[in-house]
Design a protein around this ligand. Structure first.
Ligand code: NI
Length: 139
């Protein structure tokens, strides 16, 4: 890790109060760590919008009795331009399945792929969480 640099920030009292409130709610012990996390999160948000490689977690809840749905979801994964690193399938009850798919690829392609899966007829709920591969994030 490089050396730490100190810098000062000007904020209104009101904004600082809100910041400290948030910080407390989230369980941070000091402002610096929270600010570091906010900066890294902004960097990840930016990676998402570019052709940089990101990691993504896609969750899908669906009824496996819907005709052809399971096959469609598997086909989409085989054809995907993003790399499917791993997936887990859980049978929630007699009808419902939860699938967690971990992918790596360019931000916009990961979004596209998640949209395809989530938008497939019969998928009841889907979410994409994008995170960084960590490669471009300083500590
Ligand atoms: Ni199942």
């Amino acid at each position: 890790m490089g050396t730490s640099v100190r810098f000062s920030v000007s904020l209104s009292e009101e904004l600082l109060e809100k910041f400290d409130f948030l910080l407390g709610e989230k369980g941070y012990n000091n402002r610096s760590e929270y600010i570091r996390d906010l900066i890294r999160d902004a960097m990840v948000q930016r990676e998402m919008e570019t052709d940089k490689t990101v990691a993504g977690v896609i969750t899908l809840v669906y009824d496996h009795h819907v005709r052809e749905l399971t096959n469609t979801l598997i086909d989409l994964q085989h054809k995907s331009e993003t790399e499917v690193i791993s997936m887990m399938h859980v049978h929630l009850d007699h009808h419902n399945c939860l699938e967690v798919i971990i992918v790596r690829g360019q931000g916009h392609l990961v979004h596209q792929f998640a949209d395809q899966l989530i938008g497939t007829r019969g998928v009841k709920h889907g979410k994409l969480v994008i995170t960084s591969t960590g490669a471009n994030l300083p500590r």
